[in-house]
Design a protein around this ligand. Structure first.
Ligand SMILES: [Zn+2]
Ligand SMILES: [Zn+2]
Length: 158
């Protein structure tokens, strides 16, 4: 859990050190279409920029497994990403990319939702096992990276 008490932060005041680890089964990752192979470790510093606006600079490390979108081969990749998240209850600020809208007068916040988004942004939405992966034959399912099949040359069904 990465719970922070925003009331302890003042603009211009000391940053709050955030350090934690989220298990792959953490509810924050529910519905995320990727497989975390390790707990997600998070470290960072959160400070208040203005009233109702906070900046969280952090780093996420984990290992993610996904499937090649063409041949379904398993791909595992190390994730080690630095991010800057703006958290604000001001809708004007929260329109920026990389910003998160907070409920008005948020007091205690679980930063898991930010971690979820940052991981989702890091992992490519259509991962390929290699550039130019030939994929599976749409007719018989043969892995065309490994071998050719009888269907080769058959026009795509319309
Ligand atoms: Zn592939
Ligand atoms: Zn085939």
């Amino acid at each position: 859990m990465l719970r922070v008490d925003l009331r302890s932060l003042r603009p211009g005041g000391a940053a709050l050190q955030t350090e934690g680890s989220l298990l792959p089964g953490d509810p924050a990752f529910e519905g995320l279409d990727l497989h975390l192979e390790r707990p997600v470790s998070v470290r960072g510093a959160l400070h208040a920029a203005n009233r109702g606006t906070y900046v969280w600079d952090g780093e996420i490390t984990t290992r993610v497994a996904s499937e090649c979108r063409r041949c379904l081969a398993r791909i595992a990749s190390e994730v080690d990403t630095e991010f800057r998240a703006i958290l604000s209850s001001d809708p004007a600020i929260a329109d920026d990319p990389g910003a998160y809208l907070l409920p008005e007068d948020s007091a205690v916040l679980d930063l898991g939702f930010v971690v979820r988004e940052e991981i989702a942004l890091t992992v490519p939405p259509f991962p390929l096992c290699r550039e130019g992966c030939a994929g599976l034959c749409p007719h018989c399912g043969t892995d065309l990276n490994q071998e050719t099949c009888q269907c080769a040359g058959t026009p795509e069904p319309r």
